[in-house]
Every structure is written in structure tokens, then in C-alpha cells.
Ligand binder design. Structure first.
Ligand SMILES: Cc1ncc(COP(=O)(O)O)c(C=O)c1O
Length: 371
């Protein structure tokens, strides 16, 4: 079986992890936390980084740090992971969905403007599958309507808009370093920001809102979302290799494009102002293919190719319907992606021979699509 994704753990990881173990600095105290925060923030063009346990809690503390009044509306895409909606809801706010573009899978920016009401306070653009959202337009909209911006760049480390990297553009940018991400710490996350105010709020929320003046006196509820020094050590080593990781993803994408062009599937795109980092290579079945993504995945798996489905839209989530959210809303592009899309093996360790093999199997399965 060709796995859908395996992490690339370089030979520079072990000495740093060993140092943590040998010196006993294994908790969230320790020099690698600060070093990882500084290096990742600098890479993203931001002045502060706050490392946390995963990408979901990065989004949660970023939303909390905005200190929006309860009931504030926050605009987010329909096609994303539930972490985005959870972060908005747990901050006492109301998520408002917008449909995504059929080719980049990013939020439709005209729709963002159309969904703004007097209660809108923030936008959460999600840079999907490696392709950046056009932040020039998001910034314009936000400035015009006095809105805050929390970027979700979990899947798009190093993606660029006219040479500017994602994450450091909005008020805050959130990252995941889960094992399938371009830079990984196993589990992990970070919020980057250019605001000293937000950085201080984030550090407090990450660590139970301990007050600096009197330990164990609390005037606000926080969380224990701390990252360990061991994870940060892995992160420091991974950041050293990020350019290589992105080059691998881009080479993988162009190899797949060459081999899969002409088949009845949509392939990832790259706008002329964008650098797509092709986090995972997602494809969408054309309508003429007489089976859905579940069957496509089953046929690929039977031939030794592992895949994963795409997100199911937020408007199709029973847990959100139970909260009276999105009950009668329809987002046809999102629904199509959920039913007709999947991603192919695209981990950093994937070889060209494996890409050849996957492509041959995809071609066969689609060639015999009526069978
Ligand atoms: C777009 C997006 N945001 C947030 C997250 C949450 O990150 P984590 O799994 O580290 O909590 C993910 C997860 O992979 C994601 O794909």
C-alpha cells in the first residue's frame, strides 16, 4: 500500500531531541520553545510567535484574544475543518459561512462582502490545501468594514501572495504542526502576530491566565495549551528544512499534473499571483465519472493506493444544526468537493516511482470507470 502521507524526519531532529532528554528539559519550559517561536514567526514575517499544543487550540486562543462582544459574527468558509467553527463558537461568537471557489477551494471573496452585517467583527480566511487566499482583497474588505482578520494557515506553510507569506498578514495567523503538515512537531500549533498586545493575550490564554503579579490568582479563565520543549526541538529542526519540504511538494505536484492531465478529474491550480505549496494533492471527479469519491477511494485502495476524503461542509454538520446553525443553507461547490473529491498520496517521503505508480492506477481506474 502506498501511504497517503508519511512525515519526513530529518537527521537534524535527533540531536536536538536528545538534548531535551539528556538535560531534562522536557516540559514547556526550555530554550527550544522560544527558538521555535522566533524562527517560525520570522519565517512568516511576523514579530511574535506563541507555540501551542495543536492547530485547533491556536485558532481557539486567537479568537479569544480578539475579545469580541458575545454574538459577534465571524465570516469563515463552508469548506474547512470544524476547528474553525469551534474556535468561533467557543469565543461566544457566531460563525457565518461563505461558499468556496471550485478550483482553489478558498472562500469566494465577493461572498465575503455579501455576508457582512452590522454585527460582523472578523473574517477567518482559511488557506486551503496549500493555495493562499487573496489576502490583498481580504485586507481591503477588512479595512473598509473595520474587521479583524484571523488567518488559518494550518495547511499552507510558506504559501505566498505576490511574494508575501501567509500567516503574518492578518491580525493573527494560526498554524498546525500535525504529522501530515509541511513543518511538523507530531502534534503542535502556533499563532503568529505583529501585535505585542495580542501576543501577550495569547501567552496568557495558553497558560491558564496566570497573572504575572500574583501566581495562582486568576481573573480570567484560560487553558493549558502549552507545547513541550521536545516538540519545539523537532520544530526547530523542521524549520531549517522548510524550503526543501516546499520544493518537494511543488515537484510532486508538477509530476502529478504531467501524469494526470487529460483525465476526467480536476487538478489543483495556482493563481498567477500565488505560490501554492500543494500541501496534499487533491483531485475532484468530473460529473461524467459514474461513481463518487467513496467508490473511487475503494477502487484505488484495492489497487494499493491509499487516499483520504475531503472535508464535509460546515452546513452539513449535525452538531452545528443542533446549535441552530446553517440548517437550511446550501453550498453546492462545498457539497460537490465532499462527494467527488479526495486526495492522493502526497507525503514528503513520496518518491517519483510511487507517483508513477499512483498515476498509472488512477488512469486505469478512471479508464475503466464504467466497469
Ligand atoms: C485548515 C485546518 N485548520 C486547522 C486544523 C487543526 O489543526 P490540528 O489538527 O493541529 O488541531 C487543521 C487540521 O489539520 C486544518 O486542516
Amino acid at each position: 500500500m502506498i501511504p497517503v502521507c508519511e512525515p519526513l524526519i530529518g537527521d537534524n531532529v535527533q540531536p536536538l531531541v536528545r538534548e531535551c532528554v539528556e538535560t531534562g528539559w522536557i516540559s514547556s519550559e526550555g530554550k527550544f520553545i522560544r527558538e521555535f517561536e522566533e524562527k517560525w514567526a520570522a519565517y512568516c514575517g511576523a514579530s511574535h510567535g506563541v507555540a501551542v499544543a495543536n492547530g485547533t487550540c491556536a485558532l481557539q486562543i486567537a479568537m479569544s484574544a480578539l475579545d469580541l462582544e458575545p454574538g459577534s459574527e465571524v465570516i469563515m468558509p463552508s469548506f474547512t475543518i470544524i476547528s474553525c467553527a469551534i474556535a468561533i463558537i467557543e469565543a461566544g461568537c457566531v460563525p457565518v459561512l461563505v461558499e468556496v471557489e471550485p478550483d482553489t477551494w478558498n472562500m469566494q471573496l465577493d461572498e465575503v462582502e455579501a455576508k457582512i452585517t452590522p454585527r460582523t467583527r472578523a473574517i477567518m480566511p482559511v488557506h486551503m490545501f496549500g493555495h493562499p487566499v487573496d489576502m490583498r482583497r481580504i485586507k481591503e474588505i477588512a479595512a473598509k468594514h473595520d474587521l479583524r482578520i484571523v488567518e488559518d494557515a494550518a495547511e499552507s506553510h510558506g504559501a505566498e501572495i505576490e511574494g508575501v507569506r501567509v500567516g503574518g498578514i492578518g491580525d493573527m495567523g494560526c498554524f498546525s504542526f500535525y504529522a501530515n503538515k509541511i513543518v511538523t512537531t507530531g502534534e503542535g500549533g502556533m499563532v503568529v502576530t505583529n501585535s505585542a498586545h495580542y501576543a501577550e493575550r495569547l501567552r496568557s490564554l495558553r497558560n491558564l491566565c496566570f497573572r504575572p503579579d500574583r501566581r495562582f490568582l486568576h481573573t480570567e479563565l484560560g487553558h493549558n495549551y502549552r507545547m513541550t520543549n521536545i516538540q519545539a526541538a523537532v520544530g526547530v529542526a523542521q524549520v531549517e528544512r522548510v524550503d526543501d519540504h516546499i520544493d518537494r511538494k511543488r515537484r510532486m505536484a508538477s509530476a502529478y499534473r504531467e501524469r494526470l492531465s487529460g483525465l476526467p478529474i480536476d487538478l489543483p491550480v495556482e493563481r498567477n499571483w500565488a505560490k501554492n505549496v500543494y500541501w496534499m494533492y487533491g483531485v475532484v471527479l468530473h460529473d461524467e465519472v459514474p461513481f463518487d469519491a467513496v467508490e473511487f477511494a475503494r477502487r484505488l485502495r484495492a489497487r494499493g493506493v491509499d487516499t483520504r476524503p475531503l472535508f464535509l461542509g460546515m452546513h452539513e454538520q449535525p452538531v452545528l444544526h443542533d446549535r441552530n446553525l446553517f440548517r437550511n443553507e446550501r453550498y453546492p461547490v462545498t457539497e460537490r468537493l465532499a462527494r467527488r473529491g479526495l486526495y492522493l498520496p502526497s507525503g514528503l517521503t513520496l518518491t517519483m516511482a510511487q507517483i508513477d505508480e499512483v498515476s498509472d492506477v488512477v488512469r486505469d481506474v478512471l479508464g475503466n470507470s464504467a466497469a
